[in-house]
Design a protein around this ligand. Structure first.
Ligand SMILES: Cc1cc2nc3c(=O)[nH]c(=O)nc-3n(C[C@H](O)[C@H](O)[C@H](O)COP(=O)(O)O)c2cc1C
Length: 334
């Protein structure tokens, strides 16, 4: 019997999604709980070196799960190969009014319109710096996802991202520029070629001036038209980004999906996320990597995403439905 699907999930699903999420994060901070939940099984092993970093396997936690770097050690103990924390903004901000996360179990989906609630770059950098001093992470790469503060106007976006990047640069192993969340007004406009080039050049100019430049990736939306993809990928090549994270949540709905406002994730996103992976792979330079995310709900989805060209894969909604054994479930070989 799977304890999560029979016991813990029905219990957690009685609570509003955001409360259940907070409860989960608080529990995972208890030392030893993650290990207890997973029977202390060794993490799935499929080691790979990418972007100069060593990954013990290719499955990671997607951005949004742990926005404030509350439980980074737990993701390691839950068998994952890496974690992307955030989205982090320069200024602390509360996000949108609640309720702002919605579950659709029959569709294995979520809709969220959180709007980047987080404690801000300064506090999160201090948290991560303390964890690094304790040498908590070891061989577990930590990516940090950067977003625009809501109070910052769109034309000042590059300076806002840059300030966060400077604060967080010493404490992340790689960075992801997020221009693709649907819940910050205007954010997706930053995918327009001129704006995108200005943003990427600002961040890379600083990055290259440091003694240890960090791999920088761009996270894109599934809602950009296929015809816009080549120009976006070309910008990442021009500024020598380490790769692309594809994709964020979608605003698209089929008649079966709920009409609730916000970004849709999980099963309804699987096929579009796979399509974007397939379209982007041949456009990237050889050295660039692709992180595939969106609707990876089972081992078959994981393998298909890998076969479509994803070097690494991430999960968020799948974990809400699968629980603490997600890494073993998605990475099982038979
Ligand atoms: C509740 C929730 C919050 C999210 N927050 C963020 C975020 O802060 N930054 C980000 O780049 N993506 C965020 N995402 C998007 C996920 O990282 C991922 O790209 C998307 O959900 C698709 O993957 P999935 O189908 O496995 O959930 C969020 C997703 C969910 C469901």
């Amino acid at each position: 019997m799977n304890l999560y699907s029979h016991l813990a999930r029905p219990l957690l699903f009685r609570f509003p999604p955001e409360f259940a999420h907070r409860l989960t994060l608080a529990s995972l901070r208890l030392p030893g709980l993650a290990k207890l939940l997973t029977g202390n099984h060794p993490a799935p092993s499929d080691p790979v070196k990418l972007m100069g970093l060593s990954f013990r396997n290719r499955l990671g936690i997607a951005a949004g799960v742990d926005k404030n770097a509350e439980a980074p050690m737990a993701w390691k103990q839950l068998g994952f190969g890496f974690a992307e924390l955030g989205t982090i903004t320069l200024h602390p901000q509360p996000g949108n009014p609640t309720p702002r996360v919605f579950r659709y179990p029959s569709r294995q989906a979520l809709i969220n319109r959180l709007g980047f609630p987080n404690l801000g770059a300064q506090i999160i950098a201090q948290r991560l710096s303390a964890a690094r001093d304790r040498n908590d992470f070891g061989d577990f790469p930590i990516g940090l996802n950067l977003g625009k503060s809501k109070v910052t106007p769109l034309d000042k976006a590059p300076a806002d991202y840059l300030a966060s990047f400077k604060i967080l640069h010493p404490v992340g192993n790689f960075f992801v520029v997020n221009i693709s969340s649907p819940n910050t007004p205007g954010l997706r406009d930053l995918a327009k070629p001129d704006d995108l080039r200005r943003l990427l050049s600002t961040l890379q100019e600083f990055n290259r001036s440091t003694t240890t430049p960090k791999p920088l990736l761009l996270k894109i939306s599934p809602d950009v038209g296929n015809s816009a993809l080549p120009e976006i990928v070309a910008a990442t090549r021009e500024f020598q980004l380490a790769g692309i994270v594809a994709v964020n949540t979608t605003l698209q709905r089929t008649p079966e999906d709920a009409a609730e406002a916000g970004g849709l994730s999980g099963r309804p996103l699987t096929s579009r996320a796979l399509e974007v992976t397939r379209l982007i792979r041949p456009l990237l330079d050889k050295e660039q990597i692709l992180i595939g995310v969106g609707g990876v709900m089972n081992a078959a989805n994981y393998l298909t995403r890998r076969a479509a060209g994803a070097d690494l894969v991430q999960v968020y909604t799948g974990m809400v439905y699968l629980g603490p054994h997600t890494a073993w479930e998605l990475l099982k070989t038979s």
